[in-house]
Design a protein around this ligand. Structure first.
Ligand SMILES: Cc1cc2nc3c(=O)[nH]c(=O)nc-3n(C[C@H](O)[C@H](O)[C@H](O)COP(=O)(O)OP(=O)(O)OC[C@H]3O[C@@H](n4cnc5c(N)ncnc54)[C@H](O)[C@@H]3O)c2cc1C
Length: 401
């Protein structure tokens, strides 16, 4: 099997296929299998996948498990609601955690390297793809060719494989920009060295911060609306624009932003959901298939679920890859479409302005008083994924200030 792209989706696909005894070649354009960027959140749904893939212990060693999630109004500084995320384990039988994305990719990469069924090829940018009916061949920018029984395009938001089989052009630029930074905990203000995810939300912006790597690091993500950028990835942010966008926010938010000197910037994009992302012996997975805004913190989680589902379908189809790919997308497209659409809705909620912001605060407080919103549709077990009896419960991360 050929896998194009060695990010979280591609490496998890390789691992899931190898667990079924299927040999895989992973072609990655970058010179190393490395993630840049900062922290990501891991919902209970993805911990079931880690358990199936034998990754739980490794992830537990590198993640952080905060006690609670608090939303504060970024205009007034007032606390809106606080929810115990350690208690999600009781509800969904799996934990909610956060991890540096480099640590996550490294753990999956370690597991791939330990498999003699996975061949990892960095510095291979795929530029041409050919479905030959009984196999698939690709050519890289430097002229090498690779052939496999079938191909999974895990090449992300700007997927080349997607253009080959769907051909729907560029992703949708949302007008939302994310700046991210990671600081050693020692450099983070003492009053915020808490085992908490805190989101300061309101008026076309939000700031979220939480501990990472067992509490040794702090992660900051800032999102604001801007029409200055059309596309981009991994460039440095402009602090002047950031401070301008947050000039009206409460003093604690402005003070926290000053703690960071160097920000990395992401131009946030998604696409409208589609239901057909497979053609013959070629399919898509992760952001290549269903890129989403980050407001539900689920893009990587969906890619990892995709990988488990796909490997099961390939095993069940007994060599009929085209049939396996059809079945896999049929099982996944409504789930991933719902997350794509709901992520946009959550963005509206976080960035609400004026009366809508006040109404949001009131409604969230009412929901909290009634026991919180039921997120079973997202965090609960899914019919297309194998049942997992018991994900172990990790220790909650403690912080010493
Ligand atoms: C600000 C922000 C916050 C986020 N927070 C979360 C979160 O909290 N939780 C969560 O689950 N998700 C989160 N996400 C989403 C998550 O990062 C993505 O959904 C996830 O990384 C997608 O993985 P992927 O492997 O599909 O794509 P990618 O990570 O984009 O990997 C694609 C890989 O393919 C390679 N590639 C591309 N083209 C080629 C080619 N032609 N040939 C060979 N290789 C190629 C790339 O170099 C890359 O390594 C966030 C995203 C952003 C932007």
């Amino acid at each position: 099997m050929l896998v194009v792209g060695g990010g979280i989706g591609g490496l998890t696909t390789a691992l899931a296929l190898s667990r079924k005894g299927i040999p895989v070649q992973v072609l990655e354009q970058a010179p190393e299998f490395k993630e840049i960027g900062a922290g990501i959140q891991l919902g209970p749904n993805v911990f079931r996948m880690f358990e199936l893939l034998g990754l739980t212990d490794a992830i537990f060693r590198w993640a952080a498990f905060p006690v609670s999630l608090e939303m504060r109004d970024s205009m007034t500084g007032d606390s809106v609601v606080e929810m115990r995320i350690d208690k999600l384990y009781d509800r969904y039988h799996a934990p909610y955690g956060v991890i540096h994305r480099a640590d996550l990719l490294d753990r999956i990469h370690d597991a791939c390297r330990a498999s003699n069924l996975i061949e990892l090829y960095p510095s291979r940018k795929v530029v041409e793809i050919e479905d030959r009916g009984d196999s698939v061949s690709v050519r890289t920018e430097s002229g090498e060719s690779y052939t496999g029984a079938a191909l999974v395009g895990c090449d992300g938001l700007w997927s080349t494989v997607r253009q080959h089989i769907v051909g729907d052009g560029k992703p949708v630029v949302s007008g939302h920009i994310a700046y991210r930074a990671v600081l050693p905990t020692a450099e983070w203000p003492k009053e915020y060295r808490l085992s908490k995810m805190i989101i300061w939300a309101g008026d076309k912006t939000h700031l979220v911060h939480y501990p990472l790597r067992r509490g040794e690091l702090f992660n900051l993500v800032v999102v604001f609306h801007s029409d200055r950028y059309e596309e981009g990835w991994d460039s440095y942010g402009d602090p002047a624009e950031l401070h301008e966008r947050f000039a009206e926010k409460c003093e604690p938010v402005r003070a926290l932003l000053k703690k960071v000197n160097s920000w990395k910037m992401w131009v946030l994009c998604d696409r409208p959901p589609i239901k057909n992302w497979s053609k013959g012996r070629i399919t898509l997975l992760g952001d290549a298939a269903h890129p989403m805004l980050q407001y539900l913190a689920q893009g990587a989680c969906m890619a990892i679920e995709d990988a488990v589902c796909l490997a099961n379908q390939i095993e069940a189809a007994d060599g009929d890859h085209a049939a396996a790919f059809q079945k896999y997308q049929e099982l996944r497209y409504l789930r991933t479409a719902r997350v794509q659409i709901m992520a946009r809705v959550y963005g509206e909620v976080y960035h609400a302005t004026n009366v809508v912001r006040e109404l949001r605060n009131k409604v969230l407080q009412e929901w909290a008083a009634q026991g919180g919103v039921d997120m079973s549709w997202l965090y609960g077990e899914q019919p297309e994924l194998p049942h997992v009896d018991n994900v172990p419960q990790p220790e909650t991360t403690r912080l010493v200030s």
